[in-house]
Design a binder for this molecule. Structure first.
Ligand code: FES
Ligand code: FES
Length: 160
């Protein structure tokens, strides 16, 4: 039996009838056509499905939609106009932060949250903080370089 749920997604109120087993990633992709959120392992391990739930990064593949009544969800689409995200995207593009792009949405959301919490960060700290996001093809060097470059760019323009 479907359950009615009401939540906010990318600043928009959404009301839907969903099956209790529907996880947030499927809900975003299949019900709302918000396909920036990728699915990899579907076991909460790889981080490809990372979104923001009530402002904190969370695995959309293990969050049941019916449990998110009243929650505030942000996906990559919802951060399209955000400056920190724009800088990160440019940096990933220019510093080889992606190859196939499968892990990239989750990487970007996690990196966005990381630079919000720790704007002045070292490469070593980036490796530690981003260890919950798995990439199967870049070798990570480009990802770490991209995040560090974005951090430096944002830091150098503080107050500008
Ligand atoms: S798809 Fe959700 S953590 Fe891998
Ligand atoms: S860029 Fe291919 S999985 Fe990370």
């Amino acid at each position: 039996m479907n359950v009615k749920v009401e939540l906010t997604i990318n600043d928009r109120k959404v009301v839907a009838d969903v099956e209790p087993r529907t996880h947030l990633a499927d809900f975003l992709r299949e019900h709302l056509r918000l396909t920036a959120t990728h699915l990899g392992c579907e076991h909460g391990v790889c981080g490809a499905c990372t979104v923001l739930i009530d402002g904190a990064p969370a695995r959309a593949c293990i969050a049941l939609t019916v449990a998110l009544e009243g929650a505030d969800v942000k996906t990559l689409e919802g951060l399209a106009d955000d400056r920190r995200m724009r800088v990160l995207k440019t940096s990933f593009h220019e510093r080889h932060g992606l190859q196939c792009g499968f892990c990239t949405p989750g990487m970007l959301i996690s990196a966005w949250d990381l630079l919000r919490r720790k704007p002045d960060i070292s490469e070593r700290q980036i490796r530690q903080e981003m260890s919950g996001n798995i990439c199967r093809c870049t070798g990570y060097q480009g990802i770490v370089r991209s995040i560090k470059h974005a951090a430096d760019t944002l830091q150098s323009s503080v107050g500008v």
